[in-house]
Ligand binder design. Structure first.
Ligand code: MTE
Ligand code: MO
Length: 543
């Protein structure tokens, strides 16, 4: 009698498939749990979901990634990981069903997923070598073994010896030794203990991984930022409009938008951190420690950061008081010259500990603007999510071409010879921030009462400065809004205008004019390749 006929007889169709699928799911769960535990010994970034997630982020076309950032915001990473888990679950269920028919194929399938994870792990730009493959490999072996064991219980009446099972096929055909014809007790026992063990192993692994980085946390706690030699303008000089609902001039660190590709926030120990500056036209390559930078004169500047993925009216813009060292000084000390003064390098490529590459025009960095290596954000050391210990901040350039977080290396090169991470994925090589304005209040679809309604928001054109903001009600004339005193041309400006609101539906539209005289265009452009344009409108109903 052929194997599958025997199996069908001992356990009827549907429950048989369901139990096979369950075995697959348990095997997948066990594989991930074991991998998580192994990752604690390697590094949290080597866990399969993280490496496969990272590889998918890198492989995602600009349009899709941009959509994900817009659609899910800072939750995009959570959504991605849940998506990967969902796909893995489906595949595990299928493998389980397959394994009922072809026991070895199921196990080999699990191992193949391990190979995919291992390949992704070793191929990550921040990979530390073949050890990164260990979590995927060990996890897959554990999963494959478990699947084999479970399916054996389902398809063989006499376990544990699979070979014995085969040789006894005749016997089995002659009459199953148990009333159900499959090792129900053995299966339930194996499945339940595997599930319990996986839950424990996975939980322990997760919490160990989450508690990693204590040295980095301690090193951050120890940082004392000396008073800046060159302080920012005093805050009292810029009494902004106090309108409820308007963005505060300074965005608190906890509210500051976060956009990056890191599925695990890098926790860098400042004590061991080094920054190397080298490359084309660097006459004296140097390496700085964190203390080297702290000992230099610090500048403190208010600078508004904006993401190229920010849609018109979107949330990916924030203003902070940054403390750091002037990048131009460091470059000058290394002998770097601006291209306009004969320097051979026109692109500065910053590299982070997590393998990000960000390219900025050398000309912009040396034109006198306050491009800096920031160590502090709003009076405290950089939060880990915003680049501790050191990141770049450059007024006037979108984050993806300037604001490298967790920076560790600066290479001078040319735009002709190297495309940085986002450029390879369809974004523009150079991207100055576009003149934009946003209505913060009233919110879309608000229902204010008729009478005086304050319309207010922020406008930005970093490094050019905002000169005027105008608001239009429906198709009426543009009316000039009141602008808060300018802090510097590198920050946004708050604006407000009282509106005598009459009952009914209204559309409010805002536009800014920058100091070059450029009026914010009403021509809508998508975020890819160099930033969205258009005017922000809000529709409200006045009661
Ligand atoms: N290492 C690293 N640095 C990075 C990124 C990243 O993905 N990785 N994203 C950049 C982008 S696109 C932006 S807009 C800013 C956002 O900085 P924030 O998260 O501190 O607001 O960081 C930039 N620096
Ligand atoms: Mo960005």
């Amino acid at each position: 009698m052929r194997d599958e006929e025997k199996d069908q007889r001992v356990l009827p169709g549907l429950p048989r498939l369901a139990l096979g699928a369950l075995s697959g799911a348990l095997a997948g769960f066990a594989a991930l749990a074991v991998a998580e535990l192994v990752a604690t010994a390697v590094r949290p970034q080597s866990s399969p979901v993280v490496v496969v997630g990272g590889a998918s982020i890198d492989a995602t076309p600009a349009e899709v990634k941009d959509w994900a950032i817009r659609r899910f915001g800072t939750d995009d990473k959570l959504v991605l990981q849940l998506g990967i888990l969902a796909v893995l679950t489906v595949l595990a269920l299928v493998l389980g069903v397959l394994a009922m028919r072809f026991r070895r194929v199921g196990a080999v399938g699990v191992l193949l997923f391990g190979a995919v994870g291992a390949t992704a792990a070793v191929g990550r730009p921040d990979s530390t070598g073949f050890t990164d493959a260990l979590p995927s490999v060990v996890g897959a072996v554990a999963g494959a073994l478990l699947l084999y064991v479970l399916v054996s219980r389902l398809t063989a009446v006499t376990f544990p010896l699979a070979s014995a099972t085969e040789s006894m096929a005749e016997e089995v055909g002659a009459g199953p030794p148990t009333s159900e014809g499959w090792d129900r007790r053995g299966f339930v026992l194996a499945a339940a203990s595997a599930a319990a063990a996986s839950a424990v192993v996975g939980t322990v692994g997760r919490s160990l991984n989450a508690s990693r980085g204590q040295d980095a946390i301690a090193s951050r706690r120890k940082v004392v930022l000396p008073p800046p030699g060159s302080p920012a303008r005093p805050a009292h000089k810029r009494a902004g409009p106090r309108v409820p609902g308007i963005s505060p001039f300074v965005t608190p660190n906890d509210d500051f938008y976060r956009v990056d590709t890191a599925l695990v926030v890098p926790k860098v120990d400042a004590t061991g951190w080094r920054l190397r500056i080298h490359g084309t036209g660097v006459r004296r390559p140097v390496t700085y420690s964190f203390d080297d930078l702290l000992r230099r004169e610090l500048i403190e500047r208010d600078i508004t950061l904006t993401c190229v993925s920010n849609e018109v009216g979107g949330p990916y813009v924030g203003n902070a008081r940054w403390t750091g060292v002037r990048l131009a000084d460091l470059l000058a000390e290394c002998g770097v010259k601006a291209p306009s003064r004969g320097g051979p390098a026109d692109q500065l490529v910053a590299r982070s500990v997590d393998g990000m590459t960000i390219g900025s025009p050398v000309e912009d960095l040396l034109d006198g603007r306050d491009a800096m290596l920031a160590l502090g954000m709003n009076g405290e050391p950089l939060p880990f999510a915003h680049g501790f210990p050191v990141r770049m901040v450059v007024p006037g350039l979108y984050g993806y071409v300037s604001a490298c977080k967790w920076i560790k290396d600066i290479e001078l090169t040319t735009f002709d010879s190297y495309d940085a991470y986002w450029v390879k994925r369809g974004w523009a090589r150079k991207a100055p921030i576009k003149t934009e304005s946003r209505i913060d209040t009233p919110k879309p679809f608000a229902r204010p009462k008729a009478g005086t309604v304050m319309v207010a928001g922020v406008a930005w054109a970093q490094h050019r400065g905002i000169d005027r903001v105008e608001v239009r009600i429906d198709d009426g004339p543009w009316q000039e809004a009141h602008l808060a005193a300018e802090d510097s041309r590198d920050t946004w400006r708050q604006w407000s205008i009282p509106w005598q609101a009459s009952k009914g539906g209204h559309t409010l539209t805002v536009r800014a004019t920058d100091r070059t005289g450029t009026v914010q265009t009403d021509r809508r452009a998508r975020t890819v390749p160099d930033g969205a344009s258009g005017q922000h409108s809000v529709v409200v109903t006045v009661d």
